[in-house]
Write a protein that binds this ligand. Structure first.
Ligand code: G4P
Length: 550
């Protein structure tokens, strides 16, 4: 019949994007992608730059750093715009090295800490936890590590700034093990610290790497490689450092667990590296080991089961939306993580949310300041798409049979503020703005349940999110808004729903609100109040620090 025929044709068309599993397997196996998680100032910009230097993507360090400095240079609203511009170009840096394609996903640091930082980890297959050797674990590292754990990402640790006064290496490793409950495998071990940081012992290869500083660290450091046990070591390493190294190596060999790839890949064992990004010490070793131990793009859960990276049809999801702050060019870039199949420029895909077909024209790939058009892409790649207003955070794109990825969780916001529109004649624009900015994931929006107030509560993880929302409400929707901060700093989703809340009766020291899907959320002043409630009223059930879209 006509109907069967058209079904047949539709199915034939469905296959149009499919490519051979061999091609996919080949492309996927040479890809590695990762995001760096760190506290501001730990050296993320410096390490990024040095990885690009060793990866052969740049010839002299300085370019990435210059961008960061440029970002600090201006101070008015233009700065926000500029930051946005810079962030756009640095969302994903792609480079080829040792026959592999590496994608480094940028997690904005500093003042731009916001939900994007968390969401970027949804697109990553590996995480690199960067720690300042003089400071150990710091607050933002802790927060981001929680997401890494939730996503079960392999976590590599780079302990930076060993050329400065540092905590004892054992103490640093111990912090990670005790506080995060994460087993470690030190791949290399530092020889000395501060001025006397001269090299590392590389355990899997059983050799010593001694470094010589190059001026300003703009060029690769020269390294002397000597097998462990070689007589020359005694003359090359100052005697007390050598004695200490011998002792520590012996102890590591006794105490440290074996280098177990499966545990690394499941996020249960962190390979640890010591180095100095500024001086290029240990960066090359780290990059080589990462290429060896890091996982290739992995399968993604969907409503129809796991989607393997070599599944023949294109699938992907939007993990980040970035609006250009310039009101004259209202372009928005949607960043898509490719999960399977082959992406080609101009291809037509479907949007799972509304069934619309969208042509992926003007795709971009980023390197430093340059954006180039991307012709093809495979699992693990990030594409920037310029289709204004077509996408929401978490959207699934697919060819072939419809699939749905689970979406990106909302993480516990830490800042809460009523947003008011003092001008009633702007009510419509106000609502439109709030709705659109919510869809873009610029901010979370909650509504009070127990106070009777109808103003939306903006909820964010960083102050800059509020500033961006206010700025855009004014620039794009013509609404001047005011903020009225609330004294809460923790949000918890009541997993048992409204029924669980009713069961426990009146609550103290917290506010009851609902999220955009009408689910109950409690706001607390601090973590202590959360534990107090859980111990006073265990019947409330689980309180989750993040929630997936329903
Ligand atoms: P971030 O992106 O994580 O915020 O850190 P960034 O790389 O900008 O580094 C923060 C500061 O730490 C910079 O100093 C940088 O030079 C320094 N740094 C990074 N890696 C190392 C290292 O291995 N050893 C030492 N000693 N310092 C390191 P700054 O004074 O803020 O900037 P600059 O004047 O050096 O550029």
């Amino acid at each position: 019949s006509e109907k069967t025929l058209s079904n047949l044709v539709a199915n034939l068309e469905d296959e149009s994007d499919a490519v051979s599993p061999e091609l996919l397997a080949r492309e996927v196996s040479r890809r590695r992608n990762f995001a760096i998680i760190s506290h501001p100032d730990a050296g993320k910009t410096t390490l990024t730059e040095k990885l690009l230097l060793y990866g052969g993507a740049i010839h002299e360090a300085g370019a990435v750093k210059a961008r960061k400095n440029a970002r600090h240079a201006t101070s008015d609203w233009m700065e926000l715009e500029k930051q946005r511009g810079i962030s756009i170009t640095s969302t994903a840096l792609v480079f080829e090295t040792h026959g592999r394609q590496i994608t480094l996903l940028d997690t904005p640091g500093h003042q731009d800490f916001g939900e994007d930082t968390y969401r970027t980890l949804a697109a990553a297959d590996n995480a690199v936890m960067l720690i300042d050797a003089g400071k150990g674990l710091e607050p933002q590292t802790r927060k981001l590590f929680e997401v890494v754990r939730m996503r079960k990402l392999p976590c590599f640790t780079f302990i930076n700034k060993m050329d400065r006064p540092a905590l004892e290496p054992l103490e640093l490793v111990d912090q990670i093990e005790k506080e995060f409950g994460l087993a470690t495998y030190p791949v290399n071990w530092p020889i000395g610290s501060g001025d006397r940081f001269i090299g590392v012992y590389h355990r899997p290869r059983n050799e010593v790497h001694l470094f010589t500083k190059e001026k300003h660290g703009t060029k690769a450091a020269s390294t002397q490689i000597i097998p462990w046990g070689d007589d020359s070591l005694e003359s090359l390493i100052p005697s007390e450092l050598f004695a200490q190294l011998q002792e520590e190596v012996e102890m590591l060999n006794e105490l440290s667990p074996p280098l177990d790839m499966e545990k690394i890949h499941s996020g249960d064992l962190s390979p640890v590296f010591f180095g100095s990004a500024m001086n290029n010490f240990g960066v090359e070793l780290f990059l080589e080991s990462f290429l060896e131990y890091g996982i290739t793009p992995k399968a993604h859960e969907s409503d129809l089961g796991e989607v393997d990276p070599d599944y023949p049809h294109f699938t992907g999801f939007v993990f980040k939306l970035q609006a250009n702050m310039d009101p004259k060019h209202r372009d928005k870039v949607a960043f898509v993580r490719v999960c399977s199949g082959q992406f080609t420029r101009g291809m037509k895909v479907q949007l799972a949310r509304n069934g619309k077909t969208i042509a992926l024209t003007r795709p971009q790939k980023m390197f430093a300041q340059d954006r180039t058009t991307m012709e093809t892409g495979y699992a693990g790649d990030v594409i920037g798409l310029n289709n204004p207003n077509a996408f929401c955070i978490g959207d699934t794109l697919f060819c072939g049979p419809r699939r749905l990825f689970p979406g990106i969780p909302s993480f516990s916001p830490e800042l809460f503020s009523y947003m008011r529109n003092p001008n009633p004649s702007k009510y419509k624009q106000f609502l439109k703005g709030i709705t659109e900015l919510l869809g873009e994931g610029a901010v979370q929006v909650l509504y009070s349940v127990d106070s009777g107030r109808t103003d939306p509560i903006l909820a964010a993880v960083g102050q800059l999110q509020f500033e961006v929302v206010q700025y855009r409400m004014q620039a794009e929707y013509g609404v001047e808004t005011t903020l009225e901060p609330l004294g809460y700093s923790v949000a918890r989703w009541v997993t048992g729903g409204w029924a669980a809340l009713e069961k426990v009766g009146k609550l103290y020291n917290c506010a009851t609100v609902k999220d955009q899907w009408g689910r109950p959320v409690l706001l607390f002043r601090n973590d202590w109040n959360v534990s107090q409630l859980l111990s006073d009223k265990p019947e409330i059930g689980e309180l989750a620090p993040y929630a997936l879209p329903p």
